[in-house]
Ligand binder design. Sequence first.
Ligand code: FE
Ligand code: FE
Ligand code: FE
Length: 216
Amino acid sequence: MPAYTHLAAVTLYAGVPERACVIGISFIHERKRVLALLMLCQVNDYGEIPMANTKTLNDLFLDTLKDIYFAEKQILKALPKMARASQSEEGKAGFTQHREETQGQIERLEQVFELIDKPARGKTCEAIQGIIAEGEEIIEEFKGSPALDAGLISSAQAVEHYEIARYGTLIEWATQLGLKDVVPLLQQNLSEEEATDKKLTALAKASANAKGKRAA
Ligand code: FE
Ligand code: FE
Ligand code: FE
């Protein structure tokens, strides 16, 4: 004999202040005992039973893809300002070259959107806005100072590290989700960010930091 012989779905509204409601009573006939189980739930301010959040790793992947897409577009706009501000020729060349790479990265992200059949749309990333705003502050406050290039490099590295974090995560999730065609595109972007980060470190160590120590 099945354990559940009868299921009575009874909705009783308990109301405020507890906002609890009984959504069902199950009667279980087990041997000769009859057990009644009450299923309790919480209702929201509108007296509705909230739906379970069904978001998955797919949603998280798409959200984060939109985040980095937005971020790359902001970075594309910020890099020419950094190139103009840089006092050294190597710095100017480095920021200009990375601007071109960033353009290519945006195109790769658009290919990723296409591969997963979603429109290429950004989602505001407050983190990158904040990092870029800090960089602008450095440009403003250290204009004409010998420490400007060291400051610019440090700002650029904060940007690169944000990107590296995002791409690392996206690659892991794409792999987990079996998005095989997407992985090499994200990997190419990650490799460019990592190479840029290394170049910035080299530039800081070779000249910008030492120059920054000198009085103007
Ligand atoms: Fe980038
Ligand atoms: Fe973000
Ligand atoms: Fe970058």
